[in-house]
Design a protein around this ligand. Structure first.
Ligand SMILES: Cc1ncc(COP(=O)(O)O)c(C=O)c1O
Length: 407
């Protein structure tokens, strides 16, 4: 049974006060808060197991290596992949850049096309722009519909034989839009197009199996999944990773080094040069365990219902305009809105004085903002520890903003 008070009790930061008000944390799409189990695991690593991995022939190093490789295994199992298909990176951004610089640079050539959508975060846009510039390839963009959605048919219009790769988000960090990935991936594959999915938001709200999705690659960041900052993942199918050259060179990614050339280890280790974020990876297993437990208890249903409550509450306020899908079933618990001509930064400032943390700005999605015809929005993004009372506090704070600032 889903019990929000029991969930909240696991997050020490939620008992904080901000500006003499109990904290209301609604910037979960940016990063989630961390449960005690994740904090403890990282502390425990430094307190009792700290050593470098893969190198030492001594107990501490072996323990650290076991934890690190065990975490890789847990990530693989969680998304239905094989351990050797999981590359640890710094974050989702680095994972996309790795894929672009390795797979992209070897597979995309002059005149080829790279397909993205209008929903993409800069992390899944700018690396592709740069690739196209380097390779004299063309970047094509699938537009969103009026309601902020994208259908498979919209993508199919762009699927010409020249499209080598489709890079698509599973859930928009601005509108919450959920894309029909399975259908789109099947269609892209019929066209011979490789698909990389930006799962940065999707995995926080949906169980994902790479086998069932059949995506060729998937990226995400653990800091958006109750885990530590500094740990991201690139999943790619074994045969794809095997054909990808390394892009960062140095220690730990080599098999043998001669004076004038080197032989590299197999994937995934050849993509993990240097000392990785070992203590961060120590937080991965407790983060996955936490997600599995809350999912079993009904967190996805809880967040959907909370999101529907928040949408209805915001919509009932005069002057609020919500961007994105009207049909709540087409979006995750991420809500962007404008209010009464007040700048989102002013709203966020007034909210902060009430102890409420929300994101205001362009959300690393400038082209999407332009499409929506705004410079910025206010965004609330929900997680399993948020409550209806917190949404009510947002609504009261908006009324305060109206009194103070509306023209
Ligand atoms: C959809 C999406 N993709 C990619 C990213 C980049 O994630 P990170 O900053 O962890 O690399 C974000 C971050 O907000 C995001 O929302």
């Amino acid at each position: 049974m889903f019990d929000v008070s029991k969930i909240r009790a696991q997050f020490p930061i939620l008992s904080r006060e901000i500006n003499r008000h109990p904290l209301v944390y609604l910037d979960n799409a940016s990063t989630t808060q961390k449960p005690q189990s994740v904090i403890d695991a990282m502390n425990d690593f430094y307190t009792t197991h700290n050593a470098n991995i893969h190198r030492g022939i001594y107990t501490l190093s072996e323990e650290a290596t076991e934890m690190y490789e065990g975490s890789r295994h847990a990530v693989a199992e969680w998304i239905g992949a094989r351990s050797e298909e999981i590359v640890f990176t710094k974050n989702a951004t680095e994972a996309i850049n790795l894929f672009v610089q390795s797979w992209g640079d070897t597979h995309v050539g002059p005149g080829d096309e790279v397909l993205v959508t209008e929903l993409e975060h800069h992390a899944n846009l700018v690396p592709w722009q740069e690739l196209c510039r380097r390779k004299s390839a063309h970047l094509k963009v699938v537009p969103i519909r009026e309601d902020g959605t994208i259908s498979c048919k919209d993508v199919e219009v762009f699927l010409t034989p020249r499209v080598k790769v489709l890079a698509i988000t599973g859930m928009s960090n601005v509108l919450g839009t959920i894309t029909p990935l399975k259908e789109i991936i099947a269609s892209a594959h019929r066209n011979g197009t490789v698909v990389i999915v930006d799962g940065a938001q999707l995995l926080a709200h949906t169980a994902v199996s790479v086998v069932s999705l059949d995506c060729d690659a998937l990226v995400f960041s653990f800091h958006k999944l109750f885990g530590p900052t500094g740990v991201g993942v690139l999943y790619a199918k074994k045969e794809i990773l095997a054909a990808m050259p390394p892009v960062v060179y140095g220690g730990d990614m080599i098999e043998v080094v001669e004076q004038y050339r080197a032989h590299y280890r197999e994937a995934p280790w050849r993509f993990e040069a240097g000392t990785p974020n070992i203590s961060g990876v120590a937080g991965v297993i407790p983060a996955i365990e936490f997600i599995k437990k809350i999912s079993r208890d009904g967190s996805h249903e809880y967040c959907s219902s909370l999101s529907a409550y928040a949408r209805a509450a915001l919509e009932s306020i005069d002057g609020v305009k919500i961007f994105g899908p009207l049909d709540a079933s087409l979006s995750g618990p991420i809500i962007s809105f404008s209010f009464a001509g007040i700048h989102p930064h002013d709203i966020a400032t007034i909210f902060d004085a009430e102890g409420i943390a929300v994101r205001s700005g362009a959300h690393c999605a400038h082209p999407l903002m332009r499409k929506l015809g705004v410079l910025a929005t206010t965004r609330i993004s929900l997680q399993c520890y948020n409550t209806r009372e917190e949404i009510d506090r947002v609504c009261s704070a908006l009324e305060k903003a109206r009194v103070l600032l509306a023209k």
